[in-house]
Design a protein around this ligand. Structure first.
Ligand SMILES: Cc1cc2nc3c(=O)[nH]c(=O)nc-3n(C[C@H](O)[C@H](O)[C@H](O)COP(=O)(O)OP(=O)(O)OC[C@H]3O[C@@H](n4cnc5c(N)ncnc54)[C@H](O)[C@@H]3O)c2cc1C
Length: 503
């Protein structure tokens, strides 16, 4: 039974986007809206997406999920960062570790003091001051709260089976009253006057009407693209990878608490450790490499025996010009896609679902809501885009046509300005809406060989001796914390061991 005074929200699609949105709307709008979700078993989901970033922990908290139960159900492991191999140049590696390295002194970021030491020829290892990096490399994990000893604690995310996560959230959403409808949509009816979506029609001719539609139909963009014609901005000139091959392989030891992103000749390979298997994939640009060659490279670089057959996917990096148009909000792959290099897609889904909750109103005239939603979402999306482009632009590789293109390509002004400011004066402009903070930008910049010409003059206010002493104290404090942590595999065994039935 639907309540006539409530807004009727129809979610189209039951992939990760559909079920995260359903759980969020069920939890926070269930009192004021009737929510249903339509999904088609016949069409299925994209079936990839296993690495997340720390904001996922807030999503779980918002939904009241028990972390250990969720991890157990999804074969999850902990993720402390991403190790990039062969990006700056072949043979080099660095980690984008979550959390903060070092401790700020006199209200000046730690990295300026580190740069000062570097200029004195001391060459301290920046990642020696990162709790996340040190724990990751020791294959250790524990829940370490922030600000212990002035350090950032361990900031973490998960690697999980995204299909199982979506199923986990389906139970949550259904328990909150979200109604699931199985069926394939074959038509979308628009109102002749306003052009709003009135209903979607299923294969069995059943018509589902609604006030607000959420398009979670994946790359198809069934509502936002096909029915409403909202354009897609193509960013292939900045992020040229447009294809991927994904395959699972057997669990490999040690169980790493971080993702690997290993650059190859025309793209890169991911390696994501779950409790019961590894997730692997090769993201590449088909202008520079054939699918056969890309598959060969992936097969040759697996760390364990392959399970099943590789799955080939194509995509176009970019986003919709508007995410909310008329009475339709696009969330997930229907709204745009930036390749999985920094695992940002699931974050964008939860962010957009939360934004929809925040900007929801009972009136059916949603122009102002849509305007604000699009304003915020576009800024956030474009800032993530710049961070991803940085990984490609800031390479010194010239061993393949693909990397030569990346080195020479034009980049957005917003990124050029950031790079110039950093190169000249080591200043990292912090846009408030940027998902990635100064610590993330700094690690990728120096990790790929961009050392600024100077540092803030205030770094000289701490003498060399005091600096050395403080550096030593930070390292000792991190080492002490880590010596008390269990190994990552041991932690998982105790905290959230998987059922034998997980495949
Ligand atoms: C190669 C690759 C790697 C990725 N890796 C990561 C990662 O590590 N981390 C991360 O955060 N993200 C990653 N992503 C992104 C992530 O996979 C997606 O953001 C996530 O799975 C959400 O997908 P979705 O729900 O929007 O679409 P889908 O999973 O495609 O779901 C679409 C849904 O719509 C339904 N549907 C479609 N058409 C119809 C119809 N006509 N009638 C009824 N139902 C219909 C389908 O049945 C399905 O339920 C990756 C993506 C790719 C391509």
């Amino acid at each position: 039974m639907t309540n006539a005074s409530k807004t009727n929200i129809v979610i189209v699609g039951g992939g990760t986007a559909g079920w995260i949105t359903a759980a969020m709307l069920g939890r926070y709008l269930g009192q004021v809206a009737n929510i249903c979700l339509i999904e088609s078993d016949k069409i299925g989901t994209v079936g990839v997406g296993e690495a997340t970033i720390p904001s996922i922990v807030s999503l779980n908290n918002l939904l009241g999920l028990n972390e250990a139960e969720m991890m157990k159900a999804c074969g999850a492991t902990m993720k402390l960062g991403i190790q990039f191999e062969n990006w700056g140049n072949i043979g080099e590696q660095y980690m984008h570790a979550f959390g903060y390295a070092g401790v700020d002194l006199n209200a000046l970021q730690f990295y300026h003091y580190w740069l000062k030491s570097l200029s004195e020829g001391l060459e301290p290892d920046f990642w020696g001051f990162s709790p996340n990096y040190q724990a990751a490399k020791a294959h250790k994990f524990d829940h370490v709260p922030p600000n212990k000893n002035g350090l950032s604690g361990l900031l973490y995310a998960y690697h999980f089976d995204a299909g199982l996560y979506a199923q986990h959230l389906r139970h949550v959403a259904e328990s909150l009253g979200v109604k699931r409808i199985e069926g394939t949509i074959v038509d979308v009816q628009l109102s002749p006057e306003a052009g709003d979506i009135e209903s979607v029609v299923l294969e069995d001719e059943k018509e589902i009407t609604g006030d607000l539609f959420v398009d979670c139909s994946g790359f198809r963009g069934l509502l936002i693209g096909k029915a409403l014609g909202v354009n897609y901005q193509d960013w292939s000139h900045w992020l040229p990878c447009n294809s991927a091959i994904a395959v699972a392989s057997e669990r490999a030891e040690p169980l790493l608490p971080y993702t690997k992103a290993i650059a190859h000749d025309a793209g890169w390979q991911w390696r994501i450790p779950l409790q019961h298997r590894l997730g692997n994939g090769h993201v590449y640009c088909d202008q520079y490499m054939s699918s056969n060659e890309a598959e060969r490279i992936l097969r040759d670089n697996l760390d364990s025996k392959m399970i099943g057959e590789p799955k080939h996917l194509s995509f176009k990096t970019g986003r919709r010009e508007k995410f909310w148009y008329k009475n339709c909000v696009a969330i997930g792959l229907s709204s745009g896609f930036m390749e999985p290099l920094e695992s940002t897609s699931i974050h964008l889904i939860q962010n957009h679902a939360a934004k929809l909750v925040d900007l929801f109103s009972s009136s059916s005239d949603w122009d102002v809501n849509a305007f604000e939603y699009n304003r915020q979402a576009i800024i956030e999306y474009d800032l993530i885009r710049d961070f991803l482009i940085l990984h490609y632009k800031q390479t010194r590789r010239d061993d393949s046509e693909f990397w030569r293109y990346c080195r020479q390509m034009e980049i957005p002004d917003t990124l050029s300005e950031k790079l110039a400011l950093f190169t000249q004066v080591a200043k990292l402009r912090r846009d408030p809406q940027d998902l990635f903070d100064e610590s993330s930008w700094f690690q990728v910049m120096i990790g790929q060989g961009l050392i600024p010409k100077s540092f803030h003059p205030r770094a000289a206010s701490v003498t060399k001796e005091s600096r050395e002493q403080i550096f030593g104290q930070i390292k000792t404090s991190i080492a002490n914390d880590i010596s008390n942590m269990p190994g990552h595999a041991e932690f998982l065994r105790r905290y959230c061991p998987i059922d034998e039935t997980i495949e």
